[in-house]
Design a binder for this molecule. Structure first.
Ligand code: ASP
Ligand code: MG
Length: 438
């Protein structure tokens, strides 16, 4: 059995949903298709929830009607028989009545999750109805029956496995099972989600729970690229990456895969294949436990980084200083990405600045604090076990004309990280491209 995950663009219109159905029919069975909401739907639901939360009922009603219209139009274009047109329309109306019901009452955070869940419920129902109308009886499984997070917000793997297995006992004549990405229940049984972009994570958790042969992530580009195609010309698709390399790339900027989705697959040693829905014959990228010879694989960039430098005479030959600094970040649940230290100073980066002011004022008790916004992390990823000499000089040569704020080398065998002001990002990506991938 394989898991195939389709992102928002892949199910973004009636035509696209039909393409996905066609694609599913051509694949090996049995299989589980995991779908995102239609592109833009979750964003729209977030806006609806905001309006409801701020008690702007008129705005909310307008937004709800607009999103309902979009889904009703999709039904009309997707389905053709009276029977299924009716089923589709009824389902959309039913879901939007439910969303509308929140305009009558107080709106809480728990209800926001319930609103956000509707996008995936709708898109998966559409795919299921369309296949059925075409004569392919399939099983639509609700992720709310098996996908679950615990009190810490971490996946409850035992629960997922037990319940998913039970759901799969119901036979699917076509061999196609369909379920929602992103949505789940929490430890209290309430509707929750795996956070934005979490459908990839759903696919990976499902794949790991029932030990599928392969987890396939179908998107609108043909796999991981060796550099960011939005800023660099002539990038190449990478045919193979190790789990570690893919995790670094996903975390540091490559938008194609949710970073959390590597770990469950890696722990269960299940290959992850990235495929392009628009060009299914292109092989894409295979992520597995093996890493190929070639040393430098890819360069990626992550924007919106804030660098913080703490300079303190007290750090000189002192112990416990780093711990105290890290504790400040820990107490504000703010994770640190990059660190470099000297004898009297420490520089580090964060991307979540929610608590920046408080963090800075606490850090000021330890030394002089300097904050730089609008930084970009540029990450060079590869298998550097095979190549441990010369790489630093190649990278330094490539960026010799760029002012570097921080550089981190040796933290792992898969990554060298550079921090630059975001205004130098494009230049840095291109220069690294010219030097490393000639
Ligand atoms: N629909 C959700 C989102 O837009 C989950 C996903 O697409 O992965 O964040
Ligand atoms: Mg995504």
């Amino acid at each position: 059995m394989n898991v195939l995950k389709f992102g928002g663009t892949s199910v973004g219109s009636a035509e696209r949903i039909q393409k996905v159905a066609e694609l599913l029919l051509q694949q090996e069975k049995p299989m589980i298709a995991v779908c995102s909401a239609m592109s833009g739907a979750t964003d729209a639901l977030v806006e609806i929830a905001k309006s409801l939360y701020n008690n702007k009922k008129d705005v909310a009603n307008k937004q709800i009607t607009e999103l309902e219209r979009k889904h009703l139009d999709t039904v009309k274009q997707l389905l053709s028989t009276d029977k299924y047109l009716q089923i589709g329309e009824d389902y959309v109306k039913n879901r939007f009545e439910y969303i509308r019901s929140f305009t009558l009452d107080m709106f809480t955070l728990y209800e926001e999750k319930a609103v956000l869940a509707q996008g995936e419920l709708l898109s998966t129902a559409f795919l299921s109805y369309y296949l059925e109308e075409q004569g392919h009886q399939n099983q639509l499984i609700s992720a709310l029956n098996f996908m679950r997070i615990d009190k810490e917000g971490e996946p409850d793997n035992y629960y997922i496995e037990e319940n998913l297995k039970r759901e799969l006992e119901t036979e699917s004549p076509s061999g196609i099972y369909i379920t929602q990405g992103f949505i789940c229940r929490n430890a209290y049984g309430e509707v929750d989600n795996l956070r934005r972009g979490g459908s990839d994570y759903s696919a990976s958790l499902i794949g790991a729970a029932i030990k599928v042969d392969e987890i396939q992530i179908w998107t609108d580009i043909d796999g991981f690229h060796n550099n960011d195609p939005r800023f660099v010309e002539n990038t190449r698709t990478l045919s193979a990456l190790s789990f570690d390399e893919a995790a670094e790339l996903a975390y540091f900027g490559a938008k194609i895969l949710h970073p959390a989705s590597i770990l469950p697959a890696q722990n269960a040693n299940i290959n992850v294949r990235l495929k392009n829905t628009m060009e299914p014959e292109v092989p894409g990228t295979l992520v597995s436990s093996t890493s190929s010879e070639s040393s430098v694989k890819a360069v990626a960039a992550k924007d919106g980084i804030t660098a913080i430098k703490i300079k303190s005479g007290r750090m000189l030959m002192a112990y416990g200083f780093l711990r105290r600094v890290f504790e400040v970040f820990e107490s504000y649940k703010t994770s640190i990405d990059m660190i470099t230290t000297s004898e009297v100073a420490i520089s580090l980066t964060i991307d979540d600045t929610t608590h920046l002011d408080k963090i800075v004022s606490e850090l000021e008790t330890y030394g002089v604090v300097q904050v730089d916004h609008n930084q970009s992390i540029i990450c060079v990823v590869g298998n550097f076990i095979a190549k441990n000499s010369g790489l630093a000089s190649e990278i330094f040569t490539a960026v010799s004309h760029v002012p570097i704020r921080m550089i981190s080398y040796g933290g792992s065998k898969h990554n060298v990280t550079i921090l630059v002001d975001s205004s130098y990002k494009k230049e840095t990506l291109n220069s690294l491209n010219n030097h490393l991938f000639k």
